[in-house]
Design a binder for this molecule. Structure first.
Ligand code: BGP
Length: 504
């Protein structure tokens, strides 16, 4: 006997059954009524027969809205020993036993270095109008600084030429976490010299590529590589610094961004646009009322005081410095000026949201809502489902930081994808996730929030950092043994979104 089957539970089940039966019956009655209303001999009208153009006309995105996908060098390229590439911290970290799932490494990854043409073919099939990729710093400067590797640019030149032939606009990230190991050996982001080295590298790349690339992002997700890399140690370089150490690393990371902005402006062709891809704590009002919305705006500044906020306001908030006290970072007025360099756009990586409520008793005027254990998440346990975040993150950031141009530089999810015997991946949960998030994005754009494009993470299943090849985020399934690519059902979904330039 089921020990959990108490009298109360049995009674509840009976009630629910009764409810279900009556609802089903109600449905049958409705169906009969609809059938009766149809003209004899005429097929019954179904939703599937409705004209998509008509039903979705009011749910279109503005003309020229960019539809893209995003990848990152270490996650897709492979070819880690080819053409003079130097080692990065992710080579070292992934080859250290126990650091990644099953000891997976990016040695081969998606072999995109050799298969980029096939991958650009996939983008063309989807109808992508833009593509976000990142440069492996240690392909250009194998030691991080000093001698340039002449072959370093060849791959990116080839890839960009193919991309432009396919009429896909490139968006380039200069740092997606693969710091040259030689720089980590000299202190990595704990050293101010790394910020300077990053700026020098950024200037060189911008000078070389800005005839073909008009949009540069300095860094990807400061919070991730600072906190996961130097605080919890779950990402490369795997350090666990104290609070003071982490605050200083965060400062040198935003300084690196700021100096890189100056270097790009100094070396790139006129008209080049500069921004960065941020993953703010996406403060989302728990209920859409004025007091909770105001609380979420306050939270967006304070929770991101050391990243997005210091970049857009050029100063650390008083609350942030007060909270850190003697652990606050050392900084100079010149550094703060560089950090606050004006930007052309903000990239937002939005996967999940953090609910905020108004709290008059708190000195900052808000409280973060602790997630109940039942909160739904996708296959990655950190990826809580919060579609509203794709409305509120761009809306609030545009408002508080006075932004004119925003891109969703990453959004997507992991699913427990299975390749079925008929050779398909029916990732209906990913489609559900995307549909809900895009509906909220559409809501923002319809209200005039200046989001100009969307990049889905990711084009391909790839090396997902500490999760190795376990967590699949692609809309294309990759068999990592054969490198065979199979577009998933979500790929058909996204293709239709792009075709309509609207919600599906
Ligand atoms: C973002 C990163 C991506 C990608 C994605 C999935 O934070 O910018 O590179 O990895 O998250 O996250 P994860 O692989 O850590 O689960």
């Amino acid at each position: 006997m089921d020990a959990g089957l108490t009298p109360e539970r049995t009674e509840g089940m009976t009630k629910r059954m009764a409810g279900r039966i009556s609802r089903r019956k109600f449905g049958q009655l409705l169906g009969a009524a609809a059938g009766a209303a149809a003209l004899p001999g005429m097929p019954k009208a179904t939703i599937a027969q409705a004209e998509p153009e008509i039903t979705n006309a009011p749910r279109r995105f503005p003309e020229g809205f960019l539809w893209g996908s995003a990848t990152a060098s270490y996650q897709v390229e492979g070819a880690v020993h080819e053409d003079g590439r130097g080692p990065s911290i992710w080579d070292t970290f992934s080859h250290t036993p126990g650091k990644t799932h099953d000891g997976d490494t990016g040695d081969v990854a998606d072999d995109h270095y050799h298969r980029y043409k096939e991958d650009i073919g996939l983008m063309s099939d989807l109808g992508l109008t833009t593509y976000r990729f990142s440069i492996a710093w240690s392909r250009i400067f194998p030691q991080g600084v000093g001698a340039r590797n002449p072959k370093g640019f060849d791959f990116y030149d080839r890839m960009l030429d193919t991309l432009l032939e396919a009429k896909i606009t490139p968006y380039c990230t200069l740092y997606h976490w693969d710091l040259p190991q030689a720089l980590e050996d000299k202190g990595g982001w704990q050293s101010r010299d790394t910020a300077k080295a990053f700026a020098d590298y950024a200037g060189v790349v911008a000078e070389h590529l800005s005839d073909r690339v008009k949009y540069f992002m300095t860094v990807n997700e400061l919070r991730s590589y600072v906190n996961a890399g130097y605080e919890s140690g779950i990402h490369a370089p795997g350090l666990k610094l104290d609070r003071k150490g982490v605050a200083q690393v965060a400062h040198y990371a935003v300084l690196g961004h700021g100096l890189a902005v100056e270097a790009i402006r100094a070396h790139a062709k006129p008209g080049t646009k500069v921004g960065f891809a941020d993953n703010p704590q996406a403060a989302t009002p728990v209920i859409e009322t004025p007091e909770h919305i105001a609380a979420a705006e306050r939270a967006m500044r304070e929770e991101n005081a050391m990243y997005g906020n210091v970049i857009f306001e050029g100063r650390y908030t008083d609350a942030y410095l007060k909270k850190l006290g003697p652990d606050a970072p050392h900084f100079t007025p010149e550094e703060m000026k560089a950090i606050g360099s004006p930007l052309d756009f903000l990239g937002l990586n939005v996967y999940t949201g953090d609910f905020v409520r108004a709290d008059e008793s708190s000195p900052v005027g808000y409280a973060m809502v602790k997630r109940p254990a039942s909160s739904p998440h996708m296959y990655s346990d950190w990826l809580y489902v919060a579609p509203e975040s794709l409305y509120w993150a761009p809306k609030i950031t545009a408002n508080i930081w006075k932004l004119k141009e925003i891109y969703i530089t990453e959004n997507g999810c992991s699913s427990a994808d299975v390749l079925t015997p008929d050779g398909h991946v029916y990732d209906s949960d990913r489609i559900m996730y995307l549909r809900n998030y895009m509906t909220q994005l559409h809501r923002a754009v319809s209200e005039g929030v200046p989001v100009k494009g969307y990049f889905l993470w990711s084009l391909l299943d790839n090396f997902e950092w500490a999760d190795g090849y376990l967590k699949r985020f692609g809309i294309t399934y990759v068999d990592f043994k054969t490198q065979k690519r199979t577009p998933k059902l979500s790929s058909s979904y996204y293709k239709e979104v792009i075709r309509r330039n609207g919600l599906v």
